[in-house]
Design a protein around this ligand. Structure first.
Ligand code: TRP
Ligand code: MN
Length: 446
């Protein structure tokens, strides 16, 4: 029998991947202060997202989730936020048109500041120093001093998340996200891309649809066209931080983690009797769960049942990350087991994480073709099993980075060093992201 859930009940369970904060007193002070600050998102918005995800479970909507592997404090600028939002909106228009259903837009943004690591320490120039665990813990700079976990970074993470959200809200309400405008950016892209020809047809069809609405006199001055719904998400990793932003909703009495609309639990921290599962089972947000090739079927079923005892659609999104070479053997048995157990989940593909390798140049990279190939298998395997491939999850940026190889410009190994900026995993750049959307569009076209 499980004991009653409270926002602190996770304290009685083993919590993996937590920083070893050296100054406990300061840690407690920061969390006490965070717990009095306003929530970043609101319960009503969280419920709205859950409803949209329930639509996706039923095949009436499609989830697009994406953003940085790990956000950096120093990159919290208006141009960076704007460009990431822009590329996600551009992808969303393409997918909405091709799939013929609403796209639920969820950023990995405004709080994606904590990272799990495979080792507590790393060796840099012969010296063993603590690993970088995300800007909310320490600095990526490879010195022993910079790597000391500093609780004040959680405070800073909160304020930068608030600043990011503020801009996202302004951009998505204020006309920046207007459908015509986003489509005009896509036309620009199609003109410039070496693959432009093959994307032109779809882009032209969208133009015609918009033009048709205009000529028959449908006003473009309406919120449905001028505004976009946009939600935030991050990995719920540092449980003290998440606890401090967990609030009881005054209208319903339910508990919500108000640090983001959607939270996911990582492949490394999803132990059935671990602190992360314990914490997340009590908050009412939509939850993602990453599942990698090492999963055990019964374990996954038990975790889903623990996190979603009422089997509510929209609560659980399974974000599979198997790799192009393994998805064929890993996904079908999982789909069948979940189906047999009658569990309502949204199937979402993360084609990034298991396709990482080190290039000859020493850069951690991913190949556009591997990413695409995992995606293609994901759609086909779901269709073959009679389940709904309901979403995709990307690490991407609006920046013109050179972190993943391939794509229409055939980015090569030797070019990775030109603009390799990530402190964590390699991201698709803006062009590669849009291409990915056009490629998915071909798969899901109705
Ligand atoms: N309001 C709709 C939505 O959020 C349509 C829309 C307006 C839209 N601007 C958009 C869709 C930009 C995608 C991208 O889905
Ligand atoms: Mn990553």
């Amino acid at each position: 029998m499980l004991k009653e859930w409270t926002k602190t009940s996770w304290h009685d369970y083993p919590a993996l991947q937590q920083p070893k904060w050296p100054d406990r007193q300061k840690y407690d002070q920061v969390l006490a202060s965070l717990s009095t600050l306003p929530p970043l998102v609101f319960a009503g918005e969280i419920r709205e997202l859950k409803k949209l995800l329930a639509d996706a479970v039923a095949g009436r909507a499609f989830l697009l989730q994406g953003g940085d592997c790990s956000e950096e404090f120093a990159h919290c600028t208006a141009p960076n936020i704007r460009e990431t939002l822009k590329v996600l909106l551009q992808m969303a228009v393409i997918l909405t048109y091709a799939g013929g259903k609403p796209v639920v837009k969820v950023g990995r943004i405004a709080g994606q500041y904590a990272k799990p690591r495979s080792s507590d320490t790393e060796i840099v120039n012969g010296v063993e120093i603590p690993s970088y665990r995300g800007d909310m813990c320490n600095s990526a700079e490879p010195t022993p001093e910079a790597r000391v976990p500093d609780p004040e970074r959680m405070q800073k993470g909160y304020f930068l998340s608030a600043a990011t959200l503020n801009l996202l809200r302004a951009f998505t309400r204020g006309g920046f996200a207007a459908l015509h405008r986003v489509h005009a950016w896509n036309q620009e892209f199609v003109k410039q891309s070496p693959m432009g020809r093959s994307y032109e047809r779809l882009a032209n069809q969208i133009s015609q649809a918009l033009n048709f609405m205009e000529v028959i006199g449908i006003s473009t001055d309406v919120p449905q066209l001028k505004q976009a719904h946009f939600f935030t998400s991050h990995e719920a990793l540092f449980l003290g931080y998440e606890e401090s932003l967990t609030r009881e909703d005054s209208t319903t009495g339910g508990w919500y983690d108000c640090s983001a609309h959607m939270l996911w639990i990582g492949d490394r921290t999803r132990q059935l009797d671990g602190a992360h599962v314990e914490f997340l089972r009590g908050v009412l947000n939509p939850l993602g769960m990453k599942v990698g090739p090492q999963y055990e079927t019964d374990d996954i079923l038990s975790i889903i049942e623990r996190l979603n005892p009422d089997n509510e659609p929209g609560r659980m999104t399974l974000i599979t990350r198997f790799g192009a070479g393994k998805i064929d053997c890993c996904l079908p048995p999982l789909i069948r087991a979940v189906k047999r157990a009658g569990l309502n989940v949204l199937w979402c593909c993360d084609p990034m994480h298991a396709n990482t390798f080190t290039a000859a140049s020493g850069h951690k990279t991913r190949n556009f073709d591997d990413i695409l190939s995992e995606l293609r298998c994901f759609f086909e395997l779901n269709w073959a099993e009679g389940t709904i491939p309901g979403g995709v999850h990307f690490e991407l940026t609006g920046d013109n980075v050179t972190e993943c190889i391939g794509g229409a410009r055939q980015l090569a190994d030797e070019q990775l060093s030109l603009n390799y900026l990530t402190t964590c995993d390699p991201r698709l750049n803006a062009e590669q992201s849009l291409e990915m959307a056009f490629q998915i569009a071909e798969m899901i076209r109705t």
